[in-house]
Write a new protein. Structure first.
Length: 386
């Protein structure tokens, strides 16, 4: 297939997990709400602007958060923000009232572009300014708060009202990098299970094509109309130039419906010799108790056990030990055993658009073999969703 699996990365959507488990009661709203969850970006939520500078809102500010959770990446799936000549601000509200907010662009530490994520500075503030329509992904140092809602807005209401802004899904959460590459005997395959064949009475074979790849995404372009394009592909923000040569060059770089890869990808991966910290959650609890620090700096430990640690970091430093853990068990828990989708990148060093897929685990049970002291072998099957 010519696509190596090196060190994979799993992007986990934390608001979707908390919504699915009843921890965040996000509802529908005229600015998106729950429609922006669950990584279902094929039919985007459309925002027809009014006097409000807030374009999209995921969650409601009136929510009382039940737990804190960490974030180290943000992904905007199926957007047309590049068609707006202005930049955008992404804000997260946190805490137990409406007063606390973070302009992410100003709070990011070590922001790293992963896919189509340009950053623009305007005086004292920083903003996101993607070059292409489609998908934008970037990472940053972990921020751990009691998040209650997220919004995307145009600073001071400066948005292009000729653009009907769209967003398929707002994904915020934590990614997990595998500690090493999988074993060399991995299996990669392309599934064409959407094509069904049957034989007629006369012996001929008929094929019914229900789907031949992942569902294409709908793009609403301000001047090129509405069209569909393959997932994660990038497209120009403006129409073609009047110059015929430029038209030809730009057309060849545009997302052309259905002409990308075919089939649904699957990976059967085995990771040998994974350590205890990389495999399991150090402390599967929603509270740090009884390992909290008291006001005088002492550990309030009411047990004789040592304080659990995750890669040398004590759980007493985490707002929620289970959600803050850096292990595969975290990925498994926060996708509900593969029930909820995640973004899979088979090689974290390769950020070409064709490297990203929305996937689930194709198994109901996590089966792990202990091969030595505090050492495990993990086997998983990952399927791209249609």
């Amino acid at each position: 297939m010519g696509k190596q699996v090196k060190t994979p990365r799993f992007y986990v959507d934390m608001p979707t997990f908390l919504h699915a488990t009843g921890q965040l009661g996000w509802d529908l709203s005229e600015k998106g709400g729950a429609e922006l969850l669950y990584m279902n970006p094929s039919n985007p939520f459309m925002r027809f602007e009014d006097s409000d500078s807030t374009l999209f809102l995921s969650g409601t500010s009136g929510n009382t958060p039940k737990t804190a959770f960490p974030m180290n990446f943000c992904a905007l799936l199926n957007h047309n923000f590049a068609s707006d000549s202005n930049y955008l601000k992404i804000v997260g509200y946190h805490g137990f009232d409406d007063a606390n907010s973070i302009n992410f662009a100003n709070e990011w530490v070590n922001p790293t572009q992963i896919l189509n994520s340009n950053f623009t500075a305007d005086g004292e503030n920083n903003y996101i300014d993607p070059e292409y329509n489609g998908t934008t992904i970037w990472s940053f140092n972990t921020i751990d708060k009691y998040w209650r809602s997220f919004l995307i807005s145009a600073p001071n209401g400066d948005y292009d009202d000729s653009v009907s802004h769209q967003l398929g899904s707002l994904v915020v959460g934590k990614y997990w990098d595998a500690p090493n590459s999988p074993d060399l005997n991995l299996t990669m395959s392309r599934r064409f299970d959407g094509i069904k064949k049957q034989k007629t009475i006369g012996g001929k074979t008929l094929a019914n094509i229900y789907y031949d790849g992942p569902t294409e995404w709908t793009m609403n372009h301000p001047s090129d109309g509405t069209y569909k394009y393959p997932p994660f592909e990038l497209d120009f923000s403006q129409t073609y130039s009047s110059d015929p040569i430029m038209q030809e060059n730009q057309f060849n770089q545009s997302a052309k419906s259905g002409l990308g890869r075919k089939g649904l990808r699957s990976w059967k991966l085995t990771f040998s010799y994974i350590s205890e910290d990389d495999m399991w959650t150090a402390y599967e609890s929603s509270s740090r108790a009884p390992f909290e620090y008291t006001e005088d700096g002492e550990i309030n430990a009411i047990t004789d056990s040592a304080i659990p640690t995750d890669n040398g970091v004590e759980v007493s430093y985490a707002n929620n030990p289970m959600l803050s853990d850096d292990s595969f068990n975290f990925v498994w828990n926060c996708t509900l055993g593969g029930t909820l989708p995640f973004i899979f990148q088979p090689d974290k060093t390769n950020s070409h658009p064709d490297q990203f897929s929305i996937c689930t685990f194709n198994q109901k049970t996590l089966s792990v073999q202990q091969v030595a002291y505090n050492t495990y072998t993990l086997s998983v099957t990952i399927d791209e969703v249609a």
